[in-house]
Design a protein around this ligand. Structure first.
Ligand SMILES: [Zn+2]
Ligand SMILES: [Zn+2]
Length: 389
């Protein structure tokens, strides 16, 4: 394919249908509209790899499965790139995720894929405030001011988008299994005497087997607004057991973050997790007391994915020039966050530690100088070791 032909071709975003352009830095097609990052599909090559299957599947999702099934307004944050979807009666002034005022309206003409299902909010705002206050209270290094701020700061309840991947795996494995046995061995001890002791040995033999397993709901977050590291800390969201079918009623009065997908990353992430788990499951099947050289040949089939929403309470605040997030799982109440550290408290702690060390040194010195100390060597030897290094 010549460059000329390439330049003339238009590529559509598999997620929303808007025009996507080639991004040399990301080596993929990036949708300027919804931010989806997708691998380029060479027009004449058969689909290869999970991400291409996904591109095809996303593109095939019809108009009846798009949109929110209710009127919503959307804004995109120019700072953190999150797209926030809310009721048109509410006027958004700032980004819910980072507090930036640089938000621009997003038109609804490109319609996102409607979620199949969601987890509803279970935690009320009052419980969340209480939880955040207690959480601050347990952060020793947080400036005292923060604890009182938790009462006045705005907390937002937001549905966060996730992709979940299902797949059947069929794997053949082979390994070297090892059984332990013990043999007496003689050796010369420090006094020059011959002694015997029991030595553990391993008898190796080849083994092989087969694993069939269904992966249900491997999660990949599709949020731009919430820090992934924090989100991981408040997981799991019980999507395998508690999901409710999507109904616009659940969204009434609530804000939603619209997904933006890095398809390559999402698909690869899900596949990696499944491969690691397949390896572990096979490893559990290997007979013997131990094993080595495990080789797994896995075949993934019936791969499907879903778009789901999960509830998160979010407190975004700035302290000094930095912005911080505290996130609460709106279903289970798990909490995680970042907070500024008070230098005064850290200095005080360092001083306290130094004074304890100084006291110990003095104590050790006075013990050693006591003339009538019994020749019990052990404690002072430990102290000597500590202080000579
Ligand atoms: Zn798009
Ligand atoms: Zn933002």
């Amino acid at each position: 394919m010549s460059d000329e032909v390439f330049a003339q071709q238009k590529f559509n975003c598999p997620s929303c249908g808007a025009e996507a352009t080639w991004d040399p830095a990301k080596q993929s097609l990036v949708c300027g509209y919804c931010g989806t990052i997708a691998p380029m599909q060479p027009p004449d090559s058969p689909t290869t790899g999970i991400e291409h299957d996904l591109v095809a599947a996303l593109g095939a999702i019809g108009d009846d499965q798009r949109g929110w099934d209710t009127t919503r307004a959307s804004v995109k944050c120019q700072s953190c790139q999150a797209i926030t979807v809310f009721e048109p009666t509410r006027a958004a002034q700032r980004c819910d995720f980072c507090g930036s005022a640089a938000i621009i309206p997003v038109e609804e003409q490109m319609r996102p894929i409607r979620p199949e299902s969601l987890l509803e909010f279970k935690l009320a705002e009052t419980d969340v405030r209480e939880a955040i206050r207690a959480w601050y209270g347990a952060r020793w290094f947080a400036p005292n001011k923060l604890g009182t701020r938790a009462l006045t700061d705005t907390v937002h309840g937001i549905y966060i988008p996730y992709w979940t991947f299902d797949s059947q795996v069929s794997a053949d494995w082979s390994a070297m299994s090892g059984d332990y046995y013990y043999e007496d061995e003689s050796y010369i001890d420090s006094n020059g005497n011959r002694q015997t002791r029991s030595e553990r040995k391993i008898r190796w033999y080849p083994s092989s087997g087969h694993l069939d397993h269904f992966f249900d709901d491997e999660h990949v977050p599709a949020t731009r607004g919430v820090e992934i590291e924090l989100l991981n800390k408040i997981e799991p969201f019980p999507t395998t057991t508690d999901l409710k079918p999507y109904d616009p009623g659940f969204l009434s009065g609530w804000t939603v973050e619209q997904y933006q997908i890095d398809l390559i990353a999402a698909a690869q992430h899900a596949r990696q997790t499944m491969e690691t788990k397949t390896q572990q499951l096979c490893s559990q099947q290997v007979p013997g007391d131990t094993h080595r050289d495990l080789e797994v040949n896995a075949d993934f089939s019936q791969q499907t994915f879903k778009h789901v929403l999960v509830p998160v309470w979010l407190l975004a605040y700035t302290y000094g020039s930095q912005s911080y997030q505290v996130v609460v799982n709106g279903y289970t109440g798990a909490i995680a966050g970042r907070y500024p550290k008070s230098w005064i408290k850290i200095v005080l702690l360092v001083l306290a530690i130094l004074s304890v060390v100084a006291t110990l040194l003095l104590l050790a010195g006075s013990l050693r100088s006591k003339p009538d100390t019994q020749p019990d060597q052990t404690p002072s030897r430990i102290l000597d070791l500590n202080f000579t290094h």
